[in-house]
Design a protein around this ligand. Sequence first.
Ligand code: SF4
Length: 240
Amino acid sequence: MKREEKEVLYNFLDTARCWAEGFGLPKPAPVTFVDDTTVPPIITTADTLEIISEEIAACGRCGLAATRNFAVPGEGANNPLVLIIGEGPGAEEDNTGHAFIGEAGKLLDKMLAAIDLSRKTNTHILNIVKCRPPGNRDPNPDEISLCLPYLHRQIDLLNPVAILTLGRVALTSLVNTSDGIGKVHGQFFEYRGYPLMPTYHPSALLRNEEYKRPAWEDLKKLRAWINSTVPPNDPRLGTL
Ligand code: SF4
């Protein structure tokens, strides 16, 4: 509240007091107000993707730290149209520190390019757990819950238009459902206020050609939803 506003309020209350208690009572000493709109706000440490990546690189919260070569924080465009969330790094990602660079990643990039999405311009890619589970096993619930705070901070900073999860583990880490991907792929859920669509993991598409068609339909549906949601002059919608 500005100083002038405080003074108007004070005078009003003082007049009301006079009416209630009588005008013969001694008037209290004048009060000087500080204009608090000129007081700078308390500065809190700003979170950034770089800070989070540094914390992940040095993280030892769960047992996966002991067997990783590189932690994989994720990569791609800031403020993306789509934030893609996989399960965890594979062998090639663990050896390099980069997300989705193996055969599954190449297939994913091709499918994304077909709907004008790219990690260079309008898409960000990361994982539920940032360190590789040995032998590509599923991350266990403790590992997931210890790692999720990083993901939450990343989501809040990235502020995507939509989230696309890849595979069962990514979905069930974020959404309370017992339904399999075969049943819920292409549907919209909500996570932390963001629309979330699950689809098949690209590794599953490499193992089973039958999943390619429904995964492609999911991506087209997601793109159509984005086109109907984002203003047409948004530069993130442009071709690659
Ligand atoms: S998986 Fe996550 S919580 Fe576990 S060590 Fe890696 S960064 Fe830390």
